[in-house]
Design a protein. Structure first.
Length: 94
C-alpha cells in the first residue's frame, strides 16, 4: 500500500485471479495503523473469447497449413545440413 497525495487516502494495487467470476466485490481493507475501510469494484465478463496473447500457448485456434509448412522447412533444413556435413567429410578424405 502506498500513501496518496491527498490526506486520509491510500493507493493499493491488487492482482485478481484469472478465473474470478463476474460480479460486484467489496473487500475489507485493514491497515497496519488500525484504520479499516472497504472498496467496491465490479468485474465484468469478457465479451466473447479473450484474445490470444503472449507466446501462443493460450491460443485455441490451429492452422494445419502453417504446421505442415513448418515441418517441411525443418525437414529441409535437416537434410541440407546432413548433406553439407557429408560433403565436407568427403572432401577431406580425397
Amino acid at each position: 500500500m502506498q500513501a496518496s497525495t491527498h490526506a486520509n487516502e491510500f493507493v493499493a494495487t491488487v492482482v485478481l485471479p484469472a478465473n474470478i467470476r463476474a460480479g460486484t466485490y467489496q473487500p475489507d481493507i485493514d491497515c497496519s495503523n488500525g484504520v479499516t475501510a472497504s472498496a467496491a469494484f465490479r468485474v465484468k465478463a469478457a465479451p466473447g473469447v479473450a484474445p490470444a496473447t503472449g507466446d501462443g500457448t493460450t491460443a485455441t485456434a490451429t492452422d494445419d497449413r502453417l504446421t505442415a509448412i513448418g515441418v517441411v522447412l525443418l525437414g529441409l533444413g535437416t537434410v541440407s545440413g546432413a548433406l553439407l556435413l557429408a560433403r565436407r567429410r568427403f572432401r577431406t578424405r580425397t
